[in-house]
Design a protein around this ligand. Sequence first.
Ligand SMILES: NC(=O)c1ccc[n+]([C@@H]2O[C@H](COP(=O)([O-])OP(=O)(O)OC[C@H]3O[C@@H](n4cnc5c(N)ncnc54)[C@H](OP(=O)(O)O)[C@@H]3O)[C@@H](O)[C@H]2O)c1
Length: 225
Amino acid sequence: MVRPCTTVILAMSVDGKIADVARSPARFGSPTDKRHLEEQVAQMDAVLFGAGTLRAYGTTLRVTSADLLQQRQEQQKPPQPIQIVCSRSGKFDPQLRFFQQPVPRWLITTPTGANTWEDRQAFERILTTEASPNFNWTKVLETLFDANIKQLAVLGGGELVASLLAVDAIDQVYLTICPLVLGGRTAPTLVAGDGFAEAFAPRLELLGVRSLDQEVFLHYRIRHV
Ligand SMILES: NC(=O)c1ccc[n+]([C@@H]2O[C@H](COP(=O)([O-])OP(=O)(O)OC[C@H]3O[C@@H](n4cnc5c(N)ncnc54)[C@H](OP(=O)(O)O)[C@@H]3O)[C@@H](O)[C@H]2O)c1
């Protein structure tokens, strides 16, 4: 499959939750974790996230540090990676602060989801695809690659990560383990979806581990089947 190199970047609690049961925005990472996230995002041509993540945060993470903006300029990249939302329904509030942020915005949605947004200026580009129930990620990722997106970050949430893992479309994972326990049966985890039987579970290779203050920074490569 021709597709961008895809990297998941997420923070989780010690018990593997990426948010609390209220699905609040995850703000439990330290300033060091935020910098780590910004450094990774600064390497990317685009970042992709699910509508659930957009609804929870209402904003996206922009590259704002002077050294990282300078680095992007030296690499002849535009100041900000493209921010790509994926949503079957296309239902989220046009008043979200995300739509005022000075970033390029794209939407991946169904033809029905696109109806709401086609006449607005909110998205520079809308890619439509059928969802049954997931998008045809092979096709979508090929389209992104053809649009010169070679490095793609996936910033959550669990549903999006699950569907990309299911089609073997994730290459690397950066995970930050933060020193808190969130618990709760319905609190989201790194990977939602139907789950994998152990025999068929994606396998990872640990590329790096670093502990800084109270957090552990893990870097994995997915072993492709
Ligand atoms: N700790 C962290 O680093 C971190 C990072 C990001 C998010 N989070 C947390 O994660 C939670 C959100 O996660 P989530 O699992 O609920 O949501 P999600 O994956 O962000 O979004 C789910 C929604 O995105 C769309 N979507 C996702 N995958 C799709 C696919 N394969 N095909 C078509 N559409 C797809 C659908 O949108 P529609 O409903 O519009 O059809 C779906 O309902 C929030 O609580 C947030 O705080 C934590």
